[in-house]
Design a protein around this ligand. Structure first.
Ligand code: ATP
Length: 256
């Protein structure tokens, strides 16, 4: 498969990380997890972050998502420089600008699909005049209009992940970060979730990044960033829509 190196031209990034390091004192010594990572996320793109186990993917995702703070470097997101901010300020940036999708869905088991999305609207202060309708519309947009009042225990893994994606979009975050979103899914559900994420990423005001080990996800990528031993070693845009490549055509209109 021929690939093109990701160019630095194009739309202005929604997130830019420069020379990010993360070191932790394990007690037995200092572990250097990230060793100077520079990357960005562009609007309208689905970026996959790939690399071997232990290479620093989750640590990097957590820093980009303002869950963890870097040891040094710069992280520009929505007009803020996030490295060095207090945990309260980081939480505020995260709440307003980042949507998360996790391998294990992280839905509230005692709330229906609709209520799980409503809670996210509350957290983001994004209640509209008709929050029920906003939440219902978010679920309809991910193909779950018939599951609004189902509890997570009554949903398949793929349906739960679609609820999680609808919830991540509540409040219209500019960056959606997904950690192994297909790892717990069979191939059909994994494919549906990747189709949905690549559709979500088509919004020109939003960037989506997924950490993945799953090679079935590769052909949905607009861009693939590879990390090894705490350093970025690859940053490429695979050609799309060639024979046997490219995400399948999509018809669903995904609104947030
Ligand atoms: N809080 C911590 N304490 C000790 N070691 C840590 C901590 N956080 C991360 N590490 C170590 O840092 C390295 C990178 O971890 P990270 O979870 O970011 O890797 P990863 O690429 O996401 O791995 P995987 O694909 O297995 O999830 C690993 O060796 C991990 O054990």
């Amino acid at each position: 498969m021929s690939k093109t190196k990701a160019s630095s031209s194009g739309p202005r990034p929604l997130l830019e990380a420069q020379n990010i390091t993360k070191s932790i004192d394990t007690g037995a010594g200092v572990l250097h997890i990230l060793k100077g990572v520079s990357m960005d996320l562009r609007p309208g793109e689905l970026t996959l972050l790939m690399g071997p186990s232990g290479s620093g993917k989750t640590t990097l995702l957590s820093i980009l998502g303002c869950i963890l703070t870097a040891t040094s470097g710069e992280l520009h997101l929505a007009g803020h420089q996030a490295v060095g901010l207090s945990s309260e300020d980081l939480a505020e940036i995260r709440r307003l600008h980042i949507g998360f999708v996790f391998q294990s869905y992280n839905l509230f088991p005692t709330l229906t699909a609709l209520e799980n999305v409503l809670v996210a609207l509350d957290v983001r202060d994004a209640r509209s005049a008709d929050p029920m309708e906003t939440a219902a519309e978010a679920l309809r947009a991910v193909g779950l209009g018939h599951r609004l009042n189902n509890y997570p225990s009554k949903l398949s893994g793929g349906e739960k992940q679609r609820v999680a994606i609808a919830r991540s979009l509540a409040g219209r975050p500019s960056v959606v970060l997904a950690d192994e979103p297909t790892a717990a899914l069979d191939s059909e559900n994994g494919k549906a979730v990747m189709e949905l994420l690549s559709e979500v990423a088509k919004d020109p005001t939003r960037a989506v990044m997924a950490v993945t080990h799953d090679h079935r996800t590769l052909h949905y990528a607009d861009r693939i960033i590879t990390i090894e031993d705490g350093r970025i070693v690859g940053d490429e845009r695979p050609p799309k829509n060639g024979p046997g490549q490219g995400a399948p055509s999509k018809s669903k209109d995904v609104a947030a």
